[in-house]
Design a protein around this ligand. Structure first.
Ligand code: TYC
Length: 108
């Protein structure tokens, strides 16, 4: 609800809610290494980021060839949770896979 304003002949009864600024967005980035198996990266991307097999394989190969690749863009807490999920899966499976988050480019 907006702030109530005393009604008079010429005034509006309620102000419109001030528009909320969109939340800052973060991109989750996978980094390449020489040891993590390709199949493992594909499975992680499918499970943590909900990508299809084809999309996960495309992202994995981009990272493999270019050194890094964006897996998704999220609000801060969701990005941080996904980074943690990737890092935990990597740790448990003893792979050196690294995943980071960084502010997403603003787009202007
Ligand atoms: N470069 C790895 C290999 O040749 C595969 C790989 C892809 C590793 C993406 C990490 O984020 C990564 N087995």
């Amino acid at each position: 609800m907006g702030t109530p304003v005393a009604p008079t002949h010429d005034t509006v009864v309620e102000r419109k809610q001030a528009k909320l600024a969109p939340p800052p967005m973060y991109q989750v980035v996978l980094l390449n290494d020489d040891y993590t198996p390709m199949d493992f990266v594909v499975v992680v991307v499918q499970h943590v980021f909900g990508k299809s097999l084809e999309e996960a394989a495309r992202i994995m190969l981009k990272v493999h060839h270019e050194g890094r690749g964006v897996v998704g863009i999220y609000t801060r807490d969701i990005a941080a949770t996904r980074v943690e999920s990737v890092m935990q899966l990597a740790r448990v499976n003893q792979h050196p896979l690294q995943c980071i988050m960084e502010p997403a480019p603003s787009g202007d």
